[in-house]
Design a protein around this ligand. Sequence first.
Ligand code: IMP
Ligand code: MG
Length: 185
Amino acid sequence: MLTAPNEVLQRTGGRPVSSIVYDEQTIAGRVQELGAAITEYYPDGDLLVLGLLKGSFIFLSDLVRQIRRPLQIDFLVASSYGAQKISSGSVKLLYDPETRLEGKHIMLVEDVIDTGTTLRRLLSLLSARSPRSLSVCALLDKGIMTERPSEIRFIGFQAPKAFLVGYGLDHAEDFRHLPFIADLS
Ligand code: IMP
Ligand code: MG
C-alpha cells in the first residue's frame, strides 16, 4: 500500500521528506526473498540472528518471520569512538549478546552499510568468539565500502548514496517508525 503525501506529513509532524525510495510493498517483497534465500542457505545447526541496534529492529522483526527454520535472536549495541565517523576509532559493545556464539551460525543483521567501518570492527570482534560461521545480512548497501569482507552475503537493496530514513533508519533519532524508506536530502 502506497503512503499518501498527507499521511507522510502526519507521520513526520509536517517535516518534509523529499522522496520515498522504497515503499512498503517493495520492502516486504524483498524481505520475503531474503528470508527464502537465508532459509535455503543455512545447513543444519544452531542459527543465531544478531541484530545491530537500533537501526535493524524493524528489518529484523520482518525478516525472521520469513525464515523457515529454527533460529534464535539476540542483539548488539555498538558505539563508535573517534572524532570522525570515518576515522578508525574503535568499536565498543554497550550491550553484548547473552547467548554464546561458539559453534553457532551467526548472522549479523544491519540496517545500512555506508563506509562499513562499524561492520568491519564488529566482524573481527565476533569472529574471535569461534562461531561455526559468520555472515552479514544488510537491508541497504550504499556501495561505498571498499575491500568488502566475504561475510557480507545478503543485501536487500543497492541503495543510492543519499541520507535515508525510515524502516528503522534515523536522523537524530527521528523517522525510525516510518513504514517506508525515504530520502531526507
Ligand atoms: P558505516 O560504519 O559508515 O557503514 O555506518 C553505519 C551506520 O551509520 C549505520 O548502521 C547507520 O546507523 C548509520 N547510517 C549510515 N548511513 C545512513 C543513512 O543514510 N541513514 C541513516 N543512518 C545511516
Ligand atoms: Mg543511526
